[in-house]
Each structure stands twice: as C-alpha cells, then as structure tokens.
Design a binder for this molecule. Structure first.
Ligand SMILES: [Zn+2]
Length: 449
C-alpha cells in the first residue's frame, strides 16, 4: 500500500500526464507561419462524387442534361463492349463445344468452375447470364457448392437445348443503347468522367485468368483508344466486387477502383455498410451510398446532410437507372430535385468526379509544403512524390500571413499573368490567412501589401 502522500503524488503525476497528452495537439492548421493543404479542394468541409454505373442510355439523355443545367460534373462507368467500334465481349479459351461436352461427364468442381462460369455468360441468352451472375453471387457469398450446382444446372439446360448456344453477347441492363464514342467524347470534353465498367459486365470473381484479364485490359484499351489515357485512371468492377483475386489483378490495370483502394488514411464504407461515417476517425471516409427501389428522396438528402455534419466524409453516390431504364431507376424529376439540393450546398461541398477527388486526396497525402519567409514575401513550395502527368488536380493551400497585410499577390514561375490579388481572410479567431490554388510540385511567391 502506498502512503497517502505517495498516492497523491501518483495522482498528481497522472493528472500531469493526462494534461500533457490532452494538450499536446496535432499541429493547428492555423498556427502562425504555416501553410497547409486543405483537406478538400476549395477548403470545403466535405466532398460528393456522383457516379453512374452500366452506361444506361437515359443516364446520358435524361440525367446528364440535368447535371449540365446545374453545372455539376459526374462519373459514368460504361460497359465498353457494347459501344460501336470497341472490341466485343467474347469467351477466351478452349473450344466451347468441348467444354460443354465435358459438363455431361464431369460435375463442376473447383478445378473447372471458373472456366465454365466464364463460358456460360457467352452462350447467348439472358437466362445464361442470370446463371453466370447468380453463380457469381453465391461464390462471393462463400456458398461454393451452391455456385457449382447452378453451373451444372445451366449446362444441363444447354445440353438439352433449353438454352440456346449462340455467340450473341447479352449486355447487362441495356435493352436499347445508341450512345457512341463521339457522344462519350463530347461528355468528357464537358468535364464529365467517362471510365471503365469492363467489357461485358461480368461477375469478375468467377472468371478464369484469361477472361478476367480480357474484361479489364480490353476495356481499358478501348477507353484509352477512344477517350485517351487520362480516362483510364479509375474504374469500377461490376456488382461492387471486392474479391481479393480480382482486386489484386484490377489494381495492376487501373490506379483507382471505386470497389476498393486500400490506404491508411482512407476508410471505405461500401454500399452495404451500416457503419455511421461520423464515427470513423480516419483522415478520409469514402462513404458509398446508392438508392435502391425503396430509398426515399429524403433519405438521399440525409446522406448529404450527414456529409456536411463532419469534415472528413467523401460521399460517393452510386446511381443506376434513370426513368424507365436500368436497375433501381429514379424518375428524372426526383433526380433534378436531389441534384439541386446538392448544388445549393456547393459553398460547403466539393462536388467533383471520382478520379478528381481520388487524385486530390493522394496528392495531399503525398505532398510536403516548404515555406520561406521574409518581411514582405512568403515562398511556398509544394513537394509531391507523385507523377505530375497523372496527378494534376490543383491543391488548395491556406497560408497564414503577417498582421498588417491586407492583400496578397501570388507570383507563379510559369505564369506571366499573376491574376488579381487575394484578399486576406480574417475570421476573427485564428490568425489572418490567404487561400489559393497550387499545382503539385509548384513553387509560388506570395507578396504582401
Ligand atoms: Zn454495374
């Protein structure tokens, strides 16, 4: 037993320790003589990316004009194999007749499952696609035996002639689509992100290696050919798959996947997650939400409000059907109201395509700001370790300026026209500062007045 004074000394030391740990702060972003890259571009308090999957025609003929009228940019993950001029979807492998004949003799097991699950998607009917998709869903849910049984059932029907075997490619949720690469180029020129959602929208987790590679690499090649290399930055594997084998391969083809992109500074809550994003302490929380048929407009607005109630949430909206086409279709009038609701909050929300936000976050996490001050000048250099040809999204900097400065001229080494001076921000609490844009790697001089 400690004596009473010793006990109180312990309590005192504990209190000091507690006090020390509580008051040892993370560096305040507005401590004097500091430049910081703000968490979101424009020093907003949250971000929203509107993403559309499956390249459904009404996304372009109905939703896109609404977005354009509001000045909002979105991401469209398209199925490249159905666009005129691209490489079509196809089965890569042994003679299909041989594989089909084998199914009569050898039940499906782990040695032949991927090959058979790959081929069944190319036997020309919607029912065969459903078997492919259902087997994939079972497989990803860990119900392997059930997945094998579904494949056996599908091939039994194929052999009996109940399913026709043709080489028609049946595309996911796209009964009618006339969108061309010229159309996509025009949408891209307007600022939207057009990116890959594979060649045919398969269950990637149950494809064998050659077919997995084709779906990811051929789609990338067609996007690069028709829209340019920059459009190959992000992609989405169908059905939101997070299958390990698929993710490992896909990350070698695309730098960013909406499915998953592990980073210590980024928590990812997928569409099925019930975790409250506000309870997550990481620097960034990518919070995916997607309306189903039962989701109310109010619930969707609540996602936006939740994003605004914190400072680290990136709301990634996953949208599908519009009007009468596609999965979980939302009427145009409702989308108009929802997008307007987001737009009205743009003073606090950064609204940008998926690739743009991803790049900003990575740039910020891989940059260091160096600063040199004299009496009337501050030199600021953003050193970034990433490839400047790819990571080209402007960062927003906040630099504390000396008392007495009222405006600041930004001098850029590569820019003869320095632009109009920045007004010094005085928010009453912290020190005075200016807010401005800098490219990764850029060095600027702030001249005070
Ligand atoms: Zn999809």
């Amino acid at each position: 037993m400690p004596t009473a004074p010793a006990a109180s000394l312990c309590a005192f030391l504990a209190a000091v320790l507690l006090l020390t740990s509580c008051t040892t702060p993370a560096p305040s972003p507005l401590s004097p003589e500091t430049s910081v890259i703000t968490r979101w571009q424009g020093d907003k308090i949250g971000a929203v990316s509107l993403t559309f999957d499956d390249g459904i025609i009404t996304q372009f003929t109905v939703a896109r004009p609404i977005l354009d009228s509001l000045g909002l940019l979105a991401t469209f993950y398209i199925i490249t194999g159905k666009v005129e001029g691209s490489e079509r979807g196809k089965f890569i492998g042994r003679d299909p007749e041989l594989i089909i004949a084998e199914t009569a003799r050898t039940p499906t097991d782990s040695t032949n499952f991927f090959e058979r699950a790959s081929l069944i998607a190319f036997t020309g009917t919607t029912e065969a696609i459903t078997y492919h998709s259902d087997a994939g869903a079972r497989y990803e849910a860990g119900q392997i035996a059930k997945a094998h049984r579904l494949i056996d059932e599908a091939y039994a029907k194929l052999r009996a002639g109940t399913l026709r075997n043709t080489d028609d490619v049946v595309f996911h949720d796209n009964p009618v689509d006339t969108t061309t690469w010229d159309d996509y180029r025009a949408y891209q020129t307007a600022g939207h992100e057009i990116a890959s959602h594979t060649v045919t929208h398969p269950r990637l987790a149950v494809l064998d290696a050659p077919n997995l590679r084709y779906e990811l690499e051929q789609s990338r090649a067609d996007i690069a050919k028709f829209l340019g290399e920059p459009a190959t930055f992000s992609a989405e594997g169908p059905y939101g798959t997070e299958d390990e084998r698929v993710m490992e391969f896909a990350h070698r083809v695309y730098p960013a996947l909406r499915n998953r992109m592990p980073a210590p500074y980024l928590a990812e809550l997928n569409r099925g997650s019930r975790v409250a994003p506000g309870s997550v302490r990481q620097e960034y929380v990518q919070w995916q939400r997607g309306p189903t048929d039962n989701t109310s407009l109010q619930a969707m607005k609540d996602w936006v409000d939740t994003t605004l109630a914190h400072d680290n949430i990136w709301l990634v909206e996953v949208l599908h059907g519009v009007d009468d086409y596609g999965w979980a279709a939302r009427p145009a009038a409702e989308l108009r109201e929802y997008f307007a609701y987001i737009k009205e909050r743009e003073d606090r929300l950064w609204i940008a395509p998926f690739a743009t936000v991803t790049k900003y976050i990575r740039e910020r996490e891989n940059s260091r700001v160096e600063e040199r001050r004299s009496e009337d000048e501050i030199t600021v250099h953003v050193r970034c370790t990433l490839d400047p040809a790819v990571y080209n999204v402007p960062l927003t900097l906040r630099t504390v300026v000396p008392e007495g400065w009222t405006s600041v001229q930004v001098k850029r080494s590569n820019d003869a026209d320095a632009g109009s001076p920045l007004q010094v921000v005085r928010d009453g609490e912290g020190p005075d500062y200016v807010r401005y844009a800098v490219m990764p790697g850029e060095r600027v001089i702030l001249v005070g007045r």
